[in-house]
Design a protein around this ligand. Structure first.
Ligand code: AR6
Length: 207
C-alpha cells in the first residue's frame, strides 16, 4: 500500500510454502491488486466479506481443473446450490461471460462467484467474452458487498487462452473496478502464469 495510512493488510492464507510471496500493486489509495502463487481453494480473508471466483462451465455442475478442486473442497452442498441456479436454457445455468453467486460451504472463503470464460479456439470473440467474465463477476461481487475477491487465471487451462493475452484482459478489467474493492487477488497455480501476470501488472499498473 502506498498511501491510505490506516489501511491494514488483510490476513490471507492460500496454504503451501508459496503463500508468503504476495506482490501488491496499489490501484487507488484504498485498494490493491495482489498476485500470488497458490491454491485458490485455500484462499480466504479473515472476518471479511470474501469470495473466490470459479472458472466454471455453462452447466455449473462441476468439472476438472480449478472447478473440480473448488467443488471437492466445498463439498456436495456446492453442487446442490449450483443445481438450484435456474437454467436460462436447457443445460445452461450460466452463459459464457456471465456470473452467478453461491455460498462457499466448506471452503474457507465465504462465497463462490461462478463465471464462464471463453473456449479460446471456439468463441467468436474470446477477448470480449473473457472481459465480460471478469466484469460480470466483479459486478456480482460488488452487488453482494464483497470487499476481497480472488481469481484464478480464467480460461487459461482447459479452455486454452494464451497467458499473455489473458493477463492483459484480467488486469485491465480489474483496474476498472479499482474503487469498488479493498483487494482483488490473483491466485495462480502455475509458475509460468504467475510470471506472466507479474510482468503484465508491472507493465500496466506501474507507469
Ligand atoms: N487454484 C488456482 N488455480 C488453479 C487450481 C487451483 N486449485 N487448479 C487449477 N488451476 P481451468 P478454464 C489453474 O482448466 O480454462 C473445468 O473443467 C489452472 O492451472 O480450471 O477456464 C470447468 O468445468 C489454470 O491456469 O479453467 C470448465 O469446463 C487455471 O486455473 C473448464 O475447465 C484455469 O484452468 C474451464 O476451463
Amino acid at each position: 500500500f502506498a498511501r491510505g495510512g490506516g489501511s491494514r493488510s488483510a490476513r490471507v492464507s492460500t496454504g503451501g510454502e508459496d503463500s508468503h510471496r504476495i506482490v501488491s500493486f496499489p490501484l487507488s489509495p484504498s485498494s490493491a491488486l495482489k498476485i500470488q502463487k497458490g491454491d485458490i481453494t485455500r484462499w480466504f480473508v479473515d472476518g471479511s466479506s470474501d469470495a473466490i471466483v470459479n472458472p466454471a462451465n455453462k452447466r455449473m455442475l462441476g468439472g476438472g481443473g480449478a472447478d473440480g478442486a473448488i467443488h471437492r473442497a466445498a463439498g456436495p452442498e456446492l453442487r446442490a446450490a449450483c443445481h438450484n441456479v435456474p437454467e436460462v436454457r436447457p443445460g445452461v445455468r450460466c452463459p459464457t461471460g456471465e456470473a452467478r453467486i453461491t455460498p462457499g460451504f466448506r471452503l474457507p472463503a465465504s462465497r463462490v462467484i461462478h463465471t464462464v470464460g471463453p473456449m479460446y479456439d471456439v468463441d467468436s470473440n474470446p477477448e470480449a467474452s473473457l472481459r465480460n467474465a471478469y466484469r460480470n463477476s466483479l459486478l456480482v461481487a460488488r452487488e453482494n458487498n464483497i470487499q476481497y475477491i480472488a481469481y484464478p487465471a480464467i480460461s487459461c487451462g482447459v479452455y486454452g487462452y494464451p497467458y499473455d493475452e489473458a493477463a492483459t484482459v484480467a488486469i485491465s478489467s480489474v483496474r476498472e473496478f479499482a474503487n469498488d474493492f479493498k483487494e482483488v487477488h490473483f491466485v495462480l497455480f502455475l509458475d509460468d502464469i504467475f510470471n506472466v501476470w507479474l510482468n503484465k501488472a508491472n507493465e500496466l499498473l506501474q507507469n
